[in-house]
Design a protein around this ligand. Structure first.
Ligand SMILES: [Zn+2]
Length: 151
């Protein structure tokens, strides 16, 4: 763990991951504008994709396959927008980027989870970072359980 790294702190404090592998942890995002949005972090503090080991890359491929299969099965996602941006780290005086992915599943239809209905109004276009939805712990837990049931 690297001191002052938000990703290291988030991963060490993650109480309920969707799943983890030897090198990666997948945690459901608090922000669920796009149903099933998830944070996938490398457990080791590495600052760029070019520093990943062959083993970490190979395992990432398995993580992607596992996640996409589960979310497609749980909610019928059509496509997945994976991004590894790390721009926020560079707002700090001493940037400490840490490799992680944010994945937004995308939908051509509305999906209901409990009482909450999720929509993807700009499907087939770039995701809208302002399309956000904070869900309570009950809905969050329902989303996580539905994904885990399809792992
Ligand atoms: Zn870190």
């Amino acid at each position: 763990m690297t001191r002052g790294c938000e990703v290291c702190e988030a991963l060490s404090g993650a109480t309920s991951s969707i799943f983890e592998t030897e090198h990666w942890t997948a945690v459901l995002s608090p922000e669920q504008g796009y149903l099933g949005s998830t944070f996938v972090g490398l457990k080791r503090h590495v600052s760029s994709l070019s520093e990943l080991s062959d083993e970490e890359w190979a395992e990432l491929h398995q993580v992607i396959k596992k996640f996409e299969r589960a979310v497609r099965g749980a909610f019928g996602a059509q496509v997945f927008n994976w991004v590894c941006l790390m721009n926020n780290a560079f707002k700090a005086a001493e940037p400490k980027p840490h490799v992680h992915w944010r994945v937004r599943p995308r939908y051509d239809a509305r999906v209901q989870v409990g009482e909450h209905v999720f929509a993807d109004p700009n499907f087939a276009h770039h995701y809208d970072k302002h399309h956000t939805a904070r869900v309570d712990e009950v809905v969050r837990s329902q989303i996580q359980s539905a994904i885990q049931a399809c792992l």
